[in-house]
Design a protein around this ligand. Structure first.
Ligand SMILES: Nc1nc2c(ncn2[C@@H]2O[C@H](COP(=O)(O)OP(=O)(O)OP(=O)(O)O)[C@@H](O)[C@H]2O)c(=O)[nH]1
Ligand SMILES: [Mg+2]
Length: 471
């Protein structure tokens, strides 16, 4: 343990020196992490952000753009040869092609480098010519951050906690029956291990469908090219004492440790530890539509996800980071184009409240945080509709399933977020009074003026907070 963490921090140390040398003498690099739970809008966010940074007509909120200091922006080969490239061109043509559609779900980490030639602001402007600033954008699933909590746990603790937590869930009935019938001290055989792991994975998938967010180990849901490998072939057992050689329990324990060492740690070492700026995307409207339990689960998952940004929380991670920390964290409620703009401040208040606990901790650790509501790709237009003598603020768009145009009133979000978060925390099973609708809209067909990126809401504000000070 000591040796492995020493080795990890040595690697990190050498890299840090490398980074700062190239930053001082060559060209500054900003590494922007983009994360969020599944379907929170990461791919659409990155695609539209990049398109709008390349064609900046709609980015007036980005100060360097407003001041005319950005001479050029262009895509470049990324510096990390082993990380898949974020497939910008394919995603952009899905969103803006002649039959626009949402991009496919992504299941792994990916990266893209965008470079700027920009003139510095203020006093330096007259003295220095334009400089090059690189923006490396890294897309990774928020679920992977939840795995950080596993590092502190032994297999026995993890098994006990997991089984207690899922005891009462109907989605877990099948797995629980199977695990109660299994004998942890029996001889290990691969078919038994595989059957348990596969049944546990089925449970995790069903739990996530049902709106639970505490579905770890994260890579069981998003296995990528690890599917079927031993590091993903374990599951919690009814553990009653230390494991003995060649038993099912011993083998499960070994694989759990391998998962920590070979899946969780490399992600934190190779990706997470190098991030300077972070945006955490939250589909708050989707959760509100699903109901109080989904909102409460999301609040908890956010708190867990964000504890990764709280230095000191995990000894291994603190050593790895060597005091380096994320400088800015933006919490963004996505898909705000489902609401008339009159309701956006309320959505922002909800995202602020949802992440309050976690935000306070991050601020305490020296990171600047901000919350806002945005739409990466605006799929609707606004209109007021008369309904029994009152004007309802609606949005209009193309429905995803029927392809028909429809105006839609999603319900009125409360002015005080506590009216949603309170019942959610107290275990209410539905909202009192208001029902919050949610329509799936298709991306609209676009005719973009030269120099303009795709239409968005507050993507420029997000960019200003995340990178504006470095341009
Ligand atoms: N109306 C609207 N819908 C959006 C917007 N951004 C995302 N969506 C919807 O949210 C879905 C998920 O968006 P993605 O960007 O694929 O989300 P993701 O976080 O990359 O999802 P995974 O890769 O599956 O984790 C899309 O298919 C759209 O239906 C937006 O700005 N406006
Ligand atoms: Mg994606």
């Amino acid at each position: 343990m000591v040796i492995s963490s020493l080795a990890d921090s040595l690697v990190r140390g050498v890299e840090t020196i490398g980074d700062s040398v190239s930053e001082t003498f060559f060209e500054p690099v900003i590494r922007l992490g983009v994360t969020g739970l599944a379907r929170s809008g990461k791919t659409v966010f990155i695609t539209s952000l990049v398109a709008n940074l390349l064609d900046r007509g709609r980015m007036t909120g980005l100060v360097a753009q407003q001041e005319g200091r950005i001479n050029a922006a262009y895509l470049q080969p990324q510096p990390d040869d082993t990380v898949p490239r974020f497939d910008y061109e394919t995603h952009l043509s899905a969103l803006t092609g002649p039959t626009p559609h949402w991009p496919d779900s992504t299941r792994a980490v990916s990266e893209l480098r965008l470079s700027f030639k920009a003139r510095p602001a203020g006093l330096l402007a007259g003295l220095q010519g334009p400089r090059t600033v690189h923006l490396d954008i890294v897309d990774y699933p928020g679920e992977w951050l939840l795995d950080l909590a596993l590092l502190d746990k032994s297999y026995a603790d993890w098994s006990r906690e997991t089984l207690t937590r899922i005891e009462a869930r109907s989605e877990a009935a099948g797995y629980l029956a199977q695990v109660n019938a299994a004998d942890p001290s029996g001889a290990h055989d691969e078919p038994t291990a595989q059957a348990l792991a596969s049944s546990f994975t089925t449970y995790l998938n069903q739990a996530r469908e049902a709106g639970y967010y505490d579905c770890t180990p994260g890579r069981f849901l998003l296995p990528g090219d690890l599917a079927g490998s031993p590091v993903l072939t374990f599951a919690p057992l009814v553990v009653s004492g230390p494991s003995r050689r060649r038993t099912l329990q011993r083998e499960m324990e070994r694989r759990f440790e391998a998962y920590k060492a070979q899946v969780v740690k490399p992600f934190f070492r190779d990706h997470f530890s190098r991030i300077d700026r972070q945006v955490v995307l939250v589909d708050a409207l989707g959760a509100i539509h699903k109901g109080p339990q989904a909102v409460e689960d999301m609040r908890r998952a956010m708190a867990d996800i964000l504890s990764a940004f709280r230095p000191g929380r995990n000894a291994w991670l603190s050593q790895l980071l060597l005091g380096k920390r994320v400088e800015r964290i933006l919490f963004a409620a996505t898909k705000a184009d489902h609401l008339h703009h009159a309701q956006h401040p309320r959505l922002t208040a909800i995202i602020e409240a949802l992440t309050r606990e976690a935000r306070d901790r991050a601020s305490f650790a020296g990171a600047r945080t901000e919350a806002l509501s945005l739409a990466s790709l605006r799929a609707t237009t606004e209109e007021l509709r008369n309904h029994n003598g009152t004007e309802l603020p609606c949005v209009r768009g193309t429905l995803l399933d029927s392809g028909k145009q429809a105006a839609f009133y999603p319900g009125e979000l409360p002015e005080d977020p506590a009216h949603l978060l309170g019942p959610a925390r107290n275990g209410a099973d539905r909202w009192l009074g208001e029902d919050y609708g949610f329509m799936a809209f298709a991306p609209a067909r676009l005719t973009m003026k030269p120099g303009d990126g795709p239409p968005h809401i507050r993507l420029d504000r997000a960019a200003q907070f995340l990178i504006g000070d470095r341009l």
